[in-house]
Design a binder for this molecule. Structure first.
Ligand SMILES: C[S@@+](CC[C@H](N)C(=O)[O-])C[C@H]1O[C@@H](n2cnc3c(N)ncnc32)[C@H](O)[C@@H]1O
Length: 240
């Protein structure tokens, strides 16, 4: 399937760079410090699909020595502008040969796999697994299938009723309402069952799966976030 990464676009990158940790995005990151404290020892981290560096800068604040990689030069240009001392690298074709095997205590992937076609997912997860230290872990935040069929503080999908009949592997559309780029983002729907198949093929296993819900007392205009989890967070380790 020919799938275009919609983040290879300077207007989208400029808009994306204005997002921080509010609204629906708050729930993607809220539990990350506790998850990493529980599963990760060591401080060397790779932020796979770092985009404009929001997730990379968060890892740095949490004490990690972090390298961010992405396939979009438009996104990386902004990441480097915001954080000139940061280590941000282009990885064309997801070739990780510049990164040393067995040296990362953590690989974080925040929303990156939403944009990666199924067949490539296995190859990339396998390669990311090889970059881990023996006790290392991957934390992968992805969109839940339900995000594409409901309304949210940060997103709308009501103009895309066809999302409701999408199957795992199909392209789905969603608009980010938290920034000024109103063009739909095209993602690939991927169910939990399909992720579990990918992990098995990539010799990884999910040791924790979280589906964060809002409590209701946060200062954000929740729509469905107290009832339906918009994100799924997988903590993965290589199968020995
Ligand atoms: C939704 S953005 C998330 C950025 C960042 N992780 C954050 O939390 O703000 C997804 C990023 O994944 C990148 N991406 C998509 N496919 C990729 C691939 N095959 N390899 C590396 N990065 C990829 C996109 O270019 C984009 O910058």
């Amino acid at each position: 399937m020919d799938f275009i990464n919609c983040y290879a676009d300077s207007n989208r990158a400029d808009a994306y760079a204005t997002l921080e940790f509010a609204n629906t995005y708050y729930l993607a990151y809220r539990d990350l410090p506790a998850i990493l404290a529980k599963h990760v020892t060591g401080t060397r981290a790779l932020d796979f699909g770092c985009g404009t560096g929001r997730s990379t800068r968060l890892l740095r604040k949490l004490g990690f020595d972090v390298t961010g990689v992405d396939v979009s030069e438009d996104m990386l240009r902004i990441a480097r502008g915001i954080d000139p001392l940061g280590d941000y690298r282009l990885v064309p074709g997801d070739n990780f040969s510049e990164l040393e095997v067995g040296t990362f205590d953590l690989v974080l992937s925040a929303f990156t796999f939403d944009n990666i076609p199924g067949a490539l997912k296995v190859r990339i997860f396998r390669d990311l697994g090889r970059l881990l230290t023996p006790s290392g872990a991957i934390a992968s935040i992805v969109s839940s299938p339900e995000i594409y069929t409901h309304e949210w503080a940060s997103f709308t999908t009501k103009n895309f009723p066809e999302n409701a009949s999408a199957r795992s592997g199909d392209v789905v559309r969603i608009i980010v309402t938290d920034h000024r780029d109103g063009r739909p983002v095209e993602d690939i729907l991927w169910t939990d069952e399909s992720y579990q198949d990918v992990y098995k093929e990539a010799s990884l296993q999910a040791i924790q799966v979280l589906k964060p819900l809002a409590k209701g007392d946060e200062p954000y205009p929740w729509v469905n976030e107290t009832k339906i989890p918009p994100w799924v967070i997988y903590v993965l380790r290589p199968v020995m």
